[in-house]
Write a protein of this length. Structure first.
Lengths: 271, 317
């Protein structure tokens, strides 16, 4: 269970560039929740992800994961139980290292004690990596000795997804992770995401600009504006919602229209 | 062959090339793998030589190598701490440590700018004394260095394949991925720089024992020389396997020494050597871009020519 209590963050406080990025975020995610997040640019979606992942420490408030206060735990330590995917498929993998080596590094999270730092990748692990890659169905299991830089954006994002979930994380943060991919690849990566999250019952937060996705995927939809969560819907109320309802809710919650071309476009196009 | 490059010159080039290869391997770890420009190399090299010389004079030539490596580790540790914990830019951190090391090196040598190892047995003397045959007397230093370098190359190859080594490689390749994999990039940077500088220190110690003296200005320009060797090596084996890349660095260093030997035979004065190394590095670094420009020019001309032909054909129609 993830809890954010009144998390606030102001960048460049006291200067002309002052930016109140988070203005009191309150959120409780139950185990197994899969929440989608919508909101216009600058609403604080990525900033909230950065706060959860530990890229910075909040000015105020606390972040609690599974009953443990992680507000000031460094980012690299949190990554043991927090998986994260970015919009840019080039982040999250090391391009000059092979697929196998990338997976081996991701697998370090499994258990520090079992993996002495001077041990090498074992045959058993290679076999395990191969099986996992085969499940992605992108032909990567036969290219394990190839550098990741030779893969396509979709393959790299699928690999990053595998790396983030190979050791089941307590929470998975997806920051528009299919937005930079072409439509058919995006659909495939999204399907994989859905499958992996459902199979392992991973608690998941996903930022999207696609209103249909926001209602269709997962069991809960959040809307952010001006550094806060302004709308949170799940269960029956969510099932009955249409994209129009969602846009209307946004106007109510923030007092302004959802004037973002990307959102309107993706709404018209559907998934 | 015997006229221009005598056996003695070839042998010296090989021996020096192998010793300098250690510095090139050090830069391979810091520059190619960790993506850090470690400018403390000059000072660290002299530090290794100074520490090694003092311990050798005390009568422990083998221990001297380990002492020099330990000194290198300390130097690398300080450079790394400045970068990772205090956020000093890597180039500045190297320059600061390099400057400070000058005084430290003088101090190690008892505030004299020169130390002679005359009369103290070195590892080369110890190895030479294993057999009394004439051929062994002249070839034993090369044999010793080949064995040593082979062991170091294999050790580096092994190390880069371990989980720690992979993490160090990932730190230079994708810091975001490292943080997402529960590895502390500060830790991997520190370990990487310590290993790299241990190699530099070792090279300094060996050159001191090889030359039979230690000089405060020994390391000046070393980073450029090592970079030249590294670039020559990487030119040939850039896309090879990790083992081939490491061996390539050693070969690059030996090739560089051969170029220098040829320069010496062409009566280029020794004072000009630093300029020659700088020119080699500059040439190696600019080659890819120059090749691109030439290719672009050729493509332009070909394209213009074909367009002209198209137009002429169009006129005929």
């Amino acid at each position: 269970m993830l809890q954010l209590k009144n998390v606030r963050k102001t960048f460049n406080a006291g200067t002309v560039n002052e930016k109140k990025a988070l203005t009191g975020v309150n959120l409780t995610l139950e185990d197994g929740d899969f929440a989608t997040i919508v909101g216009s640019n600058g609403a604080g979606k990525s900033t909230m992800f950065n706060a959860i992942a530990g890229s910075f420490y909040p000015d105020r408030g606390s972040i609690i994961l599974d009953g443990k206060n992680i507000t000031f735990v460094p980012e690299y330590k949190r990554s043991v139980y927090i998986g994260r995917l970015f919009q840019d498929p080039l982040m999250g993998t090391a391009p000059h290292m092979t697929i196998e080596e990338n997976l081996a590094i991701a697998y370090l999270r499994a258990s520090k004690k079992q993996h002495a730092i001077f041990s090498r990748i074992s045959k058993k692990e290679k076999e395990f990596f191969r099986e996992q890659l085969a499940l992605l169905d992108m032909g990567m299991e036969d290219r394990m000795k190839n550098p990741v830089g030779l893969l396509s954006g979709g393959q790299r994002q699928a690999l990053t997804l595998l790396m983030a979930t190979m050791v089941t994380p307590k929470i998975l943060l997806l920051d528009e992770h299919t937005a930079a991919l072409d439509p058919s690849t995006a659909a495939k990566v999204l399907d994989l995401t859905r499958k992996i999250v459902a199979e392992r019952n991973i608690t998941c937060l996903m930022v999207t600009h696609n209103m249909n996705q926001a209602l269709e995927l997962g069991n809960r939809t959040l809307m952010m504006s001006d550094g806060r969560i302004v709308f949170d819907v799940k269960g029956k109320e969510r099932d009955g919602m249409t994209v129009e309802d969602l846009l209307e809710k946004f106007a109510q919650g923030t007092g302004k229209n959802f004037n973002n071309d990307r959102i309107l476009l993706s709404t018209e196009q559907g998934e | 062959m015997s006229g221009f490059l005598t056996m003695g010159i070839v042998q010296t080039a090989l021996e020096l090339g192998l010793i300098y290869a250690l510095v090139a391997l050090s830069l391979f770890i810091s520059f190619s793998i960790l993506d850090i420009c470690d400018l403390s190399t000059d000072g660290c090299y002299t530090l290794g030589c100074a520490v090694g010389a003092v311990v050798t004079i005390a009568g422990h030539p083998v221990l001297a190598i380990f002492a020099a490596m330990a000194a290198g580790v300390c130097s690398g540790f300080i450079t790394a701490i400045l970068q990772t914990k205090f956020g000093v830019q890597s180039i500045l951190a190297g320059i600061i440590v390099n400057t400070g090391l000058y005084t430290v090196n003088l101090g190690v040598m008892g505030f004299s700018s020169n130390l002679s190892l005359f009369g103290s047995p070195t590892v080369f003397d110890l190895f030479k004394s294993l057999s009394s045959s004439k051929a062994w007397k002249s070839w034993s230093p090369l044999v010793l260095l080949v064995i040593l370098l082979a062991a170091i190359v294999l050790a580096i190859y092994w190390f880069l394949g371990t989980r720690l080594g992979l993490s160090i490689r990932a730190t230079g390749d994708s810091p975001a991925m490292v943080r997402a994999s529960s590895i502390n990039p500060a830790f991997t940077t520190i370990v990487g720089l310590c290993v790299a500088n241990a190699l530099t220190g070792m090279a300094g110690c060996l050159i001191g024992q090889y030359n039979g003296n230690s000089d405060i200005n020994l390391g000046t320009g070393m980073v450029t020389v090592a970079l030249a060797s590294l670039i020559i090596g990487e030119m040939f084996f850039k896309n090879g396997s990790m083992l081939m890349r490491i061996i390539g660095v050693v070969i690059g260093s030996v090739l560089y020494r051969f170029v220098m030997s040829v320069a010496l035979r062409l009566n280029i004065p020794t004072e000009a050597f630093k300029l020659v190394s700088a020119l080699i590095v500059a040439a190696a670094l600019t080659t890819p871009q120059i090749r691109k420009l030439i290719a672009l020019h050729a493509q332009k001309r070909a394209s213009m020519k074909m367009s002209l032909e198209d137009e002429e054909e169009g006129g005929d129609r």
